[in-house]
Design a binder for this molecule. Sequence first.
Ligand code: LCS
Length: 398
Amino acid sequence: MDEINQPAHKSTKAIHAGMLKKPVFGEVSVPIFQTSTFSFHSADEGAARFSGEEDGFIYTRMGNPTIRALEECVASLENGYKGMATASGMAAITTVFLALLDQGSHMVGTASVYGPTRVVAEREFSRFGVTSTFVDTSDLNTIEKAIQLPHTRIIYVETPANPTLSVTDIKAVAQLAHKNNLMLIVDNTFASPCLQRPLELGADIVIHSLTKFINGHSDVVGGIIVTKDEMLYNKIKPVLNLFGGTMDPHQAWLVLRGVRTLPLRIEKAQENAARLSSFLLNHPKVKWVNYIGLPGHPQHHIAKKQMDGFGSMISFGVHNGLDGGKIVMDNVRLFTLAVSLGGVESLIEHPASMTHASVPREERESAGIRDELIRVSVGCEHFEDLKNDLDQALHKIP
Ligand code: LCS
């Protein structure tokens, strides 16, 4: 599908990129190649595949046609070189860290990242002599001050960030990173490639939790790494193969099924989110609302510049702080009280006690993840039903 890869629009790529170039029976969906290993016609062919002289599949941990179809599709949506699908979003993140950080090296990251991303750096990679500094990456000066040359190797940015929705200027940080010979990695999970393509803005690597918008149906866990070039791909791919955090063909097939409607789902969900954010902003029980599309959002202007839309994540605080928030979470009927995000169904959760509970309170609060913050992932239901549900739950607050 090479001819589709570059010129096509994202809605076309989501449906066609990665489809098998030579269908076996004329199938219009990619088959599930549920096999752990691939036979060779001869001993010489096996040796040639292992040495890289000949293209072809060997063993599913190293590559598989169904998984490759998904990798090609997402790489095409990101306008990247190639993708590497992983068992989870966390496997994508840890594989990139394993490939790019050595003993004694240092990384700078966004303070308000998905909790376990920060914990894996601060608690697990620190056991191997890797240090990290998590700062407000929406402020360029703060990043600059956190860089510790010659030890710093990477800048790791999550934008929009989970769950504060703070936005980092990818182009500006890429310039800063490259001026200091550092690599910029962007977790693009909250935006999806439909709304933001970090590689086009100068990032070196993009990672996703495919569990979220790209799959979009809250039924699969998965991740992907997309690099801007061959050199980085060749550096990371052997690490992924060796450490083994790879994807399964059935998992890949489900995500391929989900990604085909990504642009449609994003369009509907973000329309709902924009309307819900205005509704919340004017609600008597709501104290504050974070939504990138609101002109009062501190980095609205950056989001407008680097994104094609403002997405469907909202965080907000209500009267009576956490007690009020608990009343909302316990009284919604249509919104589901659950972690995760990016599915067709709307979800509500409390980051301080759930997704970000593993981050120590002091770090959490300095990153803006206050106890009163409630996060919603707005889905594709009818707007009026979503609005009425939140309204009745908010009115339960005394
Ligand atoms: N990156 C971001 C921005 C995430 O939100 C998540 C998971 C991950 C990476 C990790 O991906 P996973 O391994 O779960 O596929 N975020 C979650 C959340 O906010 N609630 O539950 C999971």
